[in-house]
Write a new protein. Structure first.
Length: 417
């Protein structure tokens, strides 16, 4: 972990000049890629730790970290070593055969989570889909809900991924519109409203699916005690609690899982992003045998799920988390970040929400949009991304040092002046 921040180099331009490598790469992307993203005008070619370098040699502090997929920074030596060693041995078996990597990875991931079983997948959305299938099957086979009637309660403002079923439970028109017909079986209640949740539970409810902190929504924190209330309620109603910790988990909030902050143990952890160390897509559903035991051979699967390369990297990630160092780092650096951000409230920032090394900041809309703020930070050598209008999400890699957090705060002060 680094404590000395290198300063960013020459400044990026908002409209890259024709003939520059940046302009050429962006033109290629705009010509050949479907435009389902709107990236900032920077073309990255190298990275290490919390820093990335663009095609013109300019350096930037990465304060987004792949939306938490790079919790351990770019090219973490232990993770790269695990990937390299595995690349020379075995990369794929499919689950038609065993590999010598998968068992040890799943044993240690289950142990980290305090659970009995792991179901490995690849992307976050696949893990959420797997959790939904788990809950429905559990509902029919264990709880005794009549077949085809299972319902799952979800939260307003959620983000769980992009598949047709998952966007069916989203209330974000940009994610949803014109992708119907939608998958039925979901009921939406306001995030943080225990009374509404209680009222929505019926005999057919098999699960409550939630993010303990809504990341894509803008690092939205529920009221204190809400998650504990949800846990009590779901336990009493014989309803599974599915915690989507794809973005909030694996050290980001200063604990292994965001649920830990409230002392809550869900029935199912849904993990992704940082589990692959920013190297390969690795996701997983982690739960006890009475829940994940509902699967039988052939009833679910994925060709690449649990492949040896993914298992080797995922195992190295679990080893890093087992030390507790990264969680502690997130707490320490997060406290420093939060203190600096709080000082900016009323000075161009309307509100700040922080947990560990994760912050949502609402820029005063009279001053600029979140997109404009991201542009200005880019010009000052700091990479962030806006979400929902005037909100900017900060999620630097957990390896940042105090000087790098200061650099981020200085850049923010500068653009808000
Ligand atoms: C909470 C949450 N769930 C699920 C997903 C989907 O993960 P993926 O993009 O790997 O499919 C994301 C991605 O941002 C997320 O933040």
């Amino acid at each position: 972990m680094s404590d000395t921040a290198a300063r960013p180099g020459a400044r990026a331009r908002r409209s890259p000049a024709p003939g520059t490598p940046t302009h050429e790469h962006i033109s290629l992307a705009e010509t050949w890629l479907a435009s389902n993203y709107h990236p900032l005008p920077v073309v990255i070619s190298h990275a290490e730790g919390a820093w990335v370098t663009d095609v013109e040699g300019r350096r930037y502090l990465d304060a987004l970290a792949g939306y938490s997929a790079l919790n351990f920074g770019h090219l973490h030596p232990a993770l790269v070593a695990a990937a390299r060693a595995q690349l020379d041995r075995l990369t794929l078996t499919s689950r038609a055969f065993h590999s010598d990597r998968l068992g040890p990875f799943c044993r240690d991931l289950a142990t980290l989570a305090g659970k009995e079983l792991v179901l490995p997948m690849n992307t976050g959305a696949e893990a959420v889909e797997t959790a939904i299938k788990t809950a429905r099957r559990w509902g029919y086979e264990v709880k005794g809900v009549p077949d085809g009637r299972a319902r799952i309660i979800v939260m307003a403002g959620n983000f769980h991924g992009r598949t047709t079923t998952i966007i069916s439970l989203s209330d974000d028109p940009i994610a949803r519109d014109h992708y119907g017909p939608y998958t039925p079986g979901f009921d939406t209640v306001p995030f943080g409203d225990l009374g509404a949740l209680e009222a929505a539970i019926t005999d057919d409810t098999v699960a409550v699916l939630l993010e303990p902190i809504q990341g894509e929504g803008g690092v939205i924190l529920p009221p204190d005690g809400w998650l504990r209330g949800v846990r009590d309620l779901t336990r009493r109603a014989n309803v599974l609690l599915l915690a989507d910790e794809i973005q909030s988990g694996l050290g980001r909030t200063g604990s292994t899982f965001a649920c830990d902050l409230e002392g809550v143990v869900p029935d199912v952890y849904i993990l992704g992003k940082a589990l692959g160390g920013g190297i390969v897509p690795v996701s997983a559903v982690v739960a006890d045998r009475d829940v994940l035991g509902v699967f039988t051979p052939g009833s679910h699967g994925s060709t690449f799920g649990g492949n040896p390369l993914a298992a080797a990297v995922g195992h190295a990630v679990v080893d890093l988390l087992a030390t507790g160092d990264y969680q502690q780092r997130a707490r320490q650096m997060g406290a420093h970040l939060a203190a600096g951000l709080e000082e900016l409230v009323g000075h161009g920032i309307d509100a700040v929400r922080c947990r560990g090394l994760w912050a949502g900041i609402d820029i005063d809309p009279a001053l600029m949009t979140g997109r404009e703020a991201s542009h200005r930070l880019l010009e000052r050598g700091v990479l962030v991304k806006d979400t929902h209008g005037s909100t900017v999400r900060l999620a630097p890699p957990l390896v940042v040092g105090e000087a790098e957090v200061d650099l981020l705060l200085d850049a923010l002060r500068d653009i808000l002046r």
